[in-house]
Ligand binder design. Structure first.
Ligand SMILES: Nc1nc2c(ncn2[C@@H]2O[C@H](COP(=O)(O)OP(=O)(O)OP(=O)(O)O)[C@@H](O)[C@H]2O)c(=O)[nH]1
Ligand SMILES: [Mg+2]
Length: 232
């Protein structure tokens, strides 16, 4: 009987940022970047403000250290809204409280800190979002932190600002004595309208999780699989 050993890696990806920065749209594109213009328009126009957790999954075989690894991205997208705007609306904190016990939220593989390049206040808020992730203990030695400058179809992103924010993130990390190296803090410029940076962000996250995500091994019984197929 021939057994085939399969290697798996999985990791959670959490986008954090203010409302309307593009967390939901970006997440839907990361898991499925090869879409038609019509599907893209649908996502851009029909994605509504989030009032609940949104979960997106995507798997791909990645070669990491010369070994094929079936790698799964698990995206957990929360509402960016922190203030209650009506009795029926739900906030980030309310939704997170419900899902706080999720084991995947104990250790985050990829933390996306997202801001809208056209709205200065969304950049200022990243300090609050990062502090939040620190308080929650989401960042550990195998967390990749990505600063995402979104909506670059509307305005170019400023490289000086990006470098400054990356340095600030790193000093925060060091102040909290977390074992995260400087090269674990990356930056990427994206446009969901033009699909700029989306494939790169997907590749970056998959490669990271293949190498540093939660690993597992499965065995597939090739002969038995073959016999079953013949019987059908
Ligand atoms: N021009 C432009 N618009 C974008 C881009 N990305 C997202 N949008 C639009 O920005 C709006 C907000 O996007 P969402 O993905 O809903 O934002 P969010 O961060 O999930 O917002 P909340 O659910 O309120 O937290 C939508 O109208 C999107 O179509 C982009 O790269 N460029
Ligand atoms: Mg949303």
């Amino acid at each position: 009987m021939a057994d085939e050993i399969k290697h798996y890696a999985t990791g959670s990806v959490i986008p954090l940022g203010d409302g309307f920065t593009g967390k939901s749209v970006l997440s839907r594109l990361i898991v499925n970047p090869k879409i038609s213009d019509e599907e893209l328009n649908n996502i851009l126009l029909k994605t509504r403000k989030s009032y609940n957790i949104e979960i997106e999954f995507s798997s791909k075989e990645i070669i990491s250290n010369n070994q094929p690894i079936i790698t799964t991205l698990q995206l957990y997208v929360f509402p960016g809204q922190r203030q209650k705007i009506s009795d029926r609306s739900t906030t980030f904190d309310e939704i997170l409280n419900i899902f706080d016990c999720f084991p995947v939220l104990m250790k985050v593989s990829v933390l996306l800190l997202i801001y809208d390049v056209t709205k200065e206040h969304t950049l200022q808020s990243l300090e609050m979002w990062l502090r939040f992730a620190l308080v929650k203990d989401w960042i550990y030695k195998d967390t990749l932190i990505v600063l995402v400058s979104n909506k670059i179809d509307l305005e170019p992103a400023n490289d000086d600002i990006i470098n400054h924010v990356k340095d600030t993130i790193y000093s925060y990390i060091k102040d909290h004595e977390l074992p995260v190296e400087k090269d674990q803090i990356k930056a990427i410029k994206t446009s969901c309208v033009k699909m700029d940076g989306i494939e790169e962000l997907r590749r970056m996250s998959l490669a990271w999780i293949a190498e540093r995500g939660i690993r597992g091994v499965g065995i597939r019984d090739i002969e038995r699989l073959g016999e079953n197929e013949e019987e059908e």
